[in-house]
Ligand binder design. Structure first.
Ligand SMILES: [Mg+2]
Length: 298
């Protein structure tokens, strides 16, 4: 990489200018007007080359896009909307930082969370760390609020990202599945709709559907009985249950009518089952649901 200051200056020129009074790139910290009312959300997530991102099938621009989207999706899963992000790139020698920023800026513009700061360092392996702030006007939807009797919903079919990765590695992919892997979309409108529908718990499918639903069950102290899980066309049932990074939202709610009304104008969510009082027990079509999904090694 060329001199850090030179690169930061070049990248800074590509970013949106701050509103009057605020300071974004270029000082010790960004200076922001605090949000009025509601709650402030703050999250961070790192994408590590070779661990979360296979650069044999992803471009470095995809890597930047995905690092921002992983964070925006976490905000969506609280029922919030993103506000700002800071981006730290630990880049290996020869990393094309400008191309990486094509993806970062693309996602930041698409999802309304301008890059207001960050850092640039050298590293033996590329790691893109993004922190995002968000706001929620009302109560954020936690993982811990599901109650026995609530119905369980998912915003769309699962497994597309894992199927896209499998097909890309095999050398040819269906464009929609490839895009699900390389350019996932966070479901902000759906997250807000679920919150307005009175969702009691919510999570985004990042580790894998089964793993993420178990996170909700454990946090809420409930079990669940699922009738079905919608599988994306071209994906296998195992990819739907265990493949990560779909960024669909899984939520629980006490009132089906409110869910359907809140999602008017959006793709209809799929009701997949019900929460039970059998803490720690989860079934799909009567069989135990395996703990499939990404396991964090830390
Ligand atoms: Mg999440």
């Amino acid at each position: 990489m060329s001199s850090e200051l030179e690169v930061i200056a070049r990248l800074g020129r590509r970013l949106a200018p701050p509103p009057p009074g605020e300071v974004w790139i270029g000082d010790d910290t960004a200076v922001l007007v605090p949000p009025a009312g509601g709650w402030q959300l703050l999250a961070a997530d790192a994408v590590v080359e070779g661990v979360h991102a296979d650069l044999a099938v992803l471009t470095v621009a995809d890597l930047g896009w995905r690092a921002v989207v992983a964070n925006v999706s976490d905000v969506a899963a609280m029922g919030g909307i993103p506000a700002h992000c800071v981006v730290t790139v630990a880049g290996r020698r020869g990393l094309d930082i400008d191309t990486l920023y094509d993806g970062v800026v693309g996602a930041a513009v698409a999802y309304g969370c301008p890059v207001v700061g960050g850092d640039l360092v050298s590293s033996p392996v590329t790691v893109v760390t993004v922190a995002v702030t968000g706001t929620v006007d009302g109560s954020p939807v936690l993982r811990s609020g599901a109650r026995p009797g609530d119905t369980v919903w998912v915003t769309g079919p699962l497994g597309a990202s894992a199927a896209g990765l499998r097909q890309l590695r095999a050398g040819g992919a269906d464009p929609a599945l490839a895009a699900a892997h390389t350019r996932p979309r966070p479901l902000l409108a759906e997250g807000t709709a679920a919150r307005r529908a009175g969702a009691t718990a919510m999570i985004d499918v990042s580790d894998g559907f089964a793993a993420d639903l178990w996170h909700v069950a454990e946090a809420s102290g409930v079990g669940f009985e699922l009738e079905q899980v919608p599988v994306a066309p071209g994906a296998t049932p195992e990819e739907a249950l265990g493949g990560g990074e779909d960024y669909q939202l899984v939520f629980t709610a006490p009132d089906d009518g409110r869910v359907r009304a809140a999602f008017a104008g959006l793709p209809a969510p799929v009701r997949i089952g019900r929460c039970s009082g059998a803490t720690g027990k989860g079934t799909l079509a009567g069989a135990p649901l395996p703990h499939l999904g990404w396991q964090h090694n830390c």
